[in-house]
Design a protein around this ligand. Structure first.
Ligand code: NAD
Ligand code: UGA
Length: 454
């Protein structure tokens, strides 16, 4: 029986392995992490991450063929296939500061595998890594002196948070990169055979290692580029009376353009888009391609500008001062259906209002008060007053404005008449996600603004 180990019990490791365990009851899947608190949560009734459908899948396999453990070394020793799903954040020190990926976690995993392995193993890069990382892994792994041999594969993950389970069950493609040697091809086939249990063979693409590693960065860069493109046009819509949703709909009907990922917003957030584009920019600079680096840098620049533009519009509209004004914030996660707040645009917007001495009252259906306060700790400083409310109606009470920063479905069902009646006059709504019906809000009495709406 094949034994799988996954190192890193995060947003990727947890859901990915839960789905493999569900689809292949004959495999044993153990997810390990150094973070004991996280592992305890995976073994409890309240999982460390919120993802629709995840709890049910974990519950069905946990203790049968799906295990969560802190025993990293023994799980590695026993495994045939090791997935590496540790974090690869942007470096916040030294060479490549603010751009390069910090690969220290992935390297430390390779060192542990090299140190303890006694039998042959397939090592699978699940984390998003700079192109050529597999070369480093191979070099470290060959330092093993117990006679173990390794095949390194690249198998980047394309799931999006909030839809992780459906993305894993029915992906657009699975990408596996490996060496073109007989051993490399055999390893690719072993991994492909696992996915083939529920994914059609024609969706399983195999490439060389470098194409696979690079494709992951490029996929994220292209997706983020579409958001920056539509957001740049949202600013022009606000000046001209064109409506961004109408423009997106009209251009998206062209099948060469396509309708997805054209939703104007206060900017993309999440742990990966910005990190991966910055990594791509760093790689281009490293390989002496400054024109390419500058091209992709604009995608991040536009995203930052969009977030700032939104905050400035709020202050300007509220008569150029928000000092001591109560501002209700609906949604703090970086998108709906997740409790993840990493790089959420809400953090930047809240920080800039705190800086302007506003009283910010935040409601999010899934993000805890502790997490919100931790995200804003840096921005609170001397000016700030931040409150977290567990009820959207309480958050709105006596407020001057509401900001919709995450497109949670439940916001559409709120009683906005009741909300309007509990607010100060004039009452404003700024919909950063174009989630609510602006015309309806205006008909109640709100002064309502949406991204790309004049
Ligand atoms: P995460 O921070 O949620 O999880 C990573 C986990 O790895 C953490 O729990 C950490 O404690 C653990 N870890 C770090 N070093 C370790 C070590 N030496 N031994 C054991 N555990 C260790 O990160 P994530 O969001 O799951 O992302 C993981 C990787 O997948 C990143 O490279 C990311 O770019 C990529 N990715 C993420 C997503 C996503 O939606 N979040 C999607 C596709 C790809
Ligand atoms: C993204 C990619 O979609 C995944 O394919 C990839 O695997 C993942 O990054 C990763 O590598 O981490 P994720 O960040 O979880 O997934 O979520 P997205 O749905 O891509 O949304 C990212 C951000 O873009 C969110 O803030 C969202 O609100 C914003 N967005 C998305 C828009 O502003 N407009 C859109 O049209 C789509």
């Amino acid at each position: 029986m094949i034994k799988i180990c996954c190192i890193g019990a995060g947003y990727v490791g947890g859901p990915t392995m839960a789905v493999i365990a569900q689809k292949m009851p004959a495999l044993t899947v153990t997810i390990v992490d150094l973070n004991a608190e996280r592992i305890a949560a995976w073994n409890s009734e309240v999982l460390p991450i919120y993802e629709p459908g995840l709890y049910e899948i974990v519950k069905a396999s946990r203790g049968k063929n799906l295990f969560f453990s802190t025993d990293v070394k023994n799980t590695i020793i026993e495994a045939d296939i090791i997935f590496v799903a540790v974090n690869t954040p942007t470096k916040n020190y030294g060479i490549g500061l603010g751009k390069a990926a910090d690969t220290r976690y992935i390297e430390s995993v390779a060192r542990i595998i090299a140190e303890v392995s006694t039998g042959n193993k397939i090592i699978v890069e699940k984390s998003t890594v700079p192109v050529k990382t597999a070369e480093t892994l191979k070099e470290i792994l060959t330092s093993n002196n117990h006679g173990a041999e390794f095949q390194v594969l690249s198998n980047p993950e394309f799931l999006a948070e909030g839809t992780a389970i459906q993305d894993l069950i029915n992906p657009d493609r699975v990408l596996i990169g490996g060496d073109p040697t007989p051993e490399g091809k055999k390893a690719i086939e072993t991994l492909a055979a696992i996915y083939a249990h529920w994914i059609p063979r024609e969706k399983i693409l195999t490439t060389n290692l470098w194409s696979s590693e690079l494709s992951k960065l490029v996929a994220n860069a292209f997706l983020a580029q579409r958001i920056s493109s539509i957001n740049s046009i949202s600013a022009l819509c606000e000046k001209t009376g064109a409506d961004i949703d109408e423009v997106a709909n009209a251009i998206g009907k062209d099948t060469r353009i396509g309708s997805k990922f054209l939703k104007a917003s206060i900017g993309f957030g999440g742990s990966c888009f910005q990190k991966d584009i910055l990594n791509l920019i760093y790689l281009c600079e490293y390989y002496a391609l400054p024109e390419v680096a500058r091209y992709w840098a604009k995608v991040v620049e536009m995203n930052n500008w969009q977030k700032q533009r939104f905050s400035h519009q709020i202050v300007r509209t509220l008569f150029s001062t928000v000092a001591n004004k109560r501002i209700a914030v609906y949604g703090f996660a970086f998108k709906k259906d997740t409790n993840d707040t990493r790089e959420s645009a809400a953090i930047d917007v809240c920080r800039s209002l705190i800086e302007e001495c506003a009283e910010v009252v935040i409601y999010d259906p899934k993000v805890t008060q502790f997490q919100i306060m931790e995200c804003l700790a840096q921005g609170i400083g001397k000016n700030g007053r931040v409150q977290v409310e567990s009820c959207p109606y309480h958050a709105a009470l006596q407020s001057h404005a509401i900001l919709v920063l995450t497109e949670w479905e439940q916001f559409k069902a709120l009683d906005f008449n009741r909300i309007y009646n509990s607010m100060q006059r004039p009452a404003f709504v700024f919909d950063g996600r174009n989630t609510l019906n602006i015309t309806e809000l205006c008909s109640i009495g709100f002064r309502a603004f949406g991204i790309g709406k004049s």
